[in-house]
Design a protein around this ligand. Structure first.
Ligand SMILES: Cc1cc2nc3c(=O)[nH]c(=O)nc-3n(C[C@H](O)[C@H](O)[C@H](O)COP(=O)(O)OP(=O)(O)OC[C@H]3O[C@@H](n4cnc5c(N)ncnc54)[C@H](O)[C@@H]3O)c2cc1C
Length: 469
């Protein structure tokens, strides 16, 4: 009988195990894939290394940051961030600089942008603007014209729904602190403190890709005696009252089961509800059925020409399906061999969309056509591969939070089961948040206090730490 089974060896599961690795708890991690890191894994094909999408590590949680640096040691590479937006065949700095945003589109368009901004600010000042969704929130701060140019297309590519159907709380979380006036302030005074996180321009990156951090966690915890069992998919959780029987299928289709007193799960919340073998209230089922995930496709191609020196470029152009493109040699030289450039081209879709159901070779052909459309340059393709990441983005459709609350309350009534991480908690969050949820869940299990992972905010901070600042 295990004290704890952790489902998933992504950042949340591995950090939870790390925290428990010096205790006398008998712990095992079950991971369905053949490698660790979850969405933050790095795919390695020969000499070419690709993240499934670019991963920039940033956190306001000091403890999480120190852990990140401790685990990486000399393998933490400092990267100067360079990111731009491609829109209407022109490049715009990201974060937007006012001069670039206003004049990049020509003087006529700039005047419209200026007026629409002033109009929005007056409405906001007079308190006559209504903020019911993502679009309202952005228009209120930036004006309708900037919203249409620099927010609408990309956001709708990522989420697959109208910006009016996305909750305003998401905008408040993700682009909080950013307004046209703060963008101007930070463009003029780049060293000012209290820089909003969208504007941070230096970050650390693991020398061999985002996944390197998680391989180091794996090594560390295995040395401490915790097994990370890969190719082990959890297919069922049976609640026996004071313990659980967890059924597992390996990559050859063999079934086994193991018993445990506690479970931390970081696999997708809706999937956990599906495999939880006990009576589930109808309200929970209904809420689960109202929620959805967005799938993510990474097209990895290594080419023999450097096309750009950005870490990544956001593709806002509505005529292209591609959402973002990254060159990993702009993160770390060790991601490839000399003169070869591993790129990840990203697409978002739902399970039923055509692209998700196409052959890899068709997806690669399509992505390369789009790449040539953007850069109009000759290059040779040295390597290409596709990664499919199902349920990568929990869709934060307006009203989703009420459904999550129903599920959260139900989970709270089940003893010894704790949701952790991004997919497990249906939160559109980063590695630091996932790590913090793992840390706090582990501390509760160790009897160090009652830390609720749901209280970790988007910055990876626990709510009580915030009140101390
Ligand atoms: C394209 C993209 C770009 C991103 N960019 C950044 C960034 O710049 N900075 C940043 O900090 N974060 C970024 N993130 C977010 C970051 O990847 C996640 O926050 C983080 O990986 C979440 O960790 P997790 O452990 O909660 O979940 P996951 O990473 O999803 O890990 C869950 C694990 O559970 C496993 N699993 C699932 N089902 C089962 C099952 N039934 N049995 C066993 N195992 C199972 C999965 O295989 C996976 O390994 C990005 C994510 C994406 C998709």
């Amino acid at each position: 009988m295990y004290d704890l089974i952790v489902i998933g060896a992504g950042p949340a599961g591995l950090t939870a195990a790390y925290e428990l690795s010096n205790s006398n708890k008998k712990v095992i991690i079950l991971e369905k894939k053949s490698q660790v890191g979850g969405l933050a894994e790095t795919k390695v094909f020969g000499n070419y290394r690709y993240d499934i999408g670019p991963h920039r590590f940033f956190t306001k949680n000091k403890e999480v940051y120190e852990l990140f640096l401790k685990m990486l040691g000399e393998d933490a590479v400092e990267v100067n961030r360079k990111t731009r937006i491609l829109f209407k065949n022109s490049y715009f700095d990201y974060p937007l600089t006012p001069i670039n945003a206003l004049f990049g589109l020509g003087i006529g368009e700039s005047i419209v942008i200026g007026f629409s901004y002033i109009f929005a600010r007056i409405k906001s000042y007079l308190k006559i603007s209504k903020i019911n969704n993502f679009e309202d929130w952005v228009v209120d701060r930036f004006g309708k014209k900037l919203f249409n140019n620099f927010f609408k297309n990309y956001t709708e590519k990522v989420w697959g729904i109208d910006c009016k159907d996305i909750g305003s709380d998401w905008a408040a979380q993700r682009i909080k602190g950013l307004s046209l006036s703060t963008a101007i302030k930070f463009a003029l005074f780049p060293n000012s403190k209290k820089r909003p996180k969208t504007l941070v321009d230096k970050f650390y990156y693991p020398r061999l890709g985002a996944g390197m951090l998680w391989e180091k966690f794996e090594d560390y915890i295995e040395k401490q005696g915790i097994k990370v069992a890969k190719n082990k998919k959890v297919t069922g959780v049976i609640n026996n009252g004071d313990s659980f029987k967890v059924t597992i299928e390996d990559n050859l289709g063999n079934q086994t089961s193991i018993d445990t007193k506690n479970i931390f799960f970081s696999n997708p919340l809706l999937e956990f509800i599906d495999i939880y073998d006990a009576e589930i209230p109808e309200s929970v089922i209904n809420s689960a059925e109202s929620l959805n995930y967005r799938n993510h496709i990474s097209v990895h191609v290594t080419i023999d020409k450097k096309l750009f020196d950005d870490n990544w470029i956001y593709i806002h152009s509505p005529n292209l399906d591609m959402a973002r493109i990254a060159d990993f040699t702009n993160f770390s030289d060790d991601m490839s061999e000399e003169g070869k450039y591993p790129l990840t081209l990203e697409y978002f879709c739902f399970e039923e969309d055509e692209i998700w159901n196409q052959d890899n070779s068709d997806i690669i052909d399509f992505a390369l056509k789009e790449l040539k459309n953007i850069f109009d340059e000759e290059f040779n393709v040295i390597h290409s591969e596709v990664s499919r990441n199902a349920k990568a983005y929990p869709v934060i459709k307006t009203g989703y939070q009420e459904h999550i609350d129903v599920i959260k309350n139900w989970l709270a009534s089940l003893h010894n089961i704790t949701a952790i991480g991004r997919s497990g908690m249906f939160k559109y969050n980063n590695q630091d948040h996932a790590m913090a949820t793992g840390l706090y869940a582990a501390r509760t299990l160790l009897g160090h206090g009652n830390f609720d992972p749901w209280e970790v905010n988007v910055d990876g901070e626990y709510h009580e730490e915030l009140s101390n600042n």
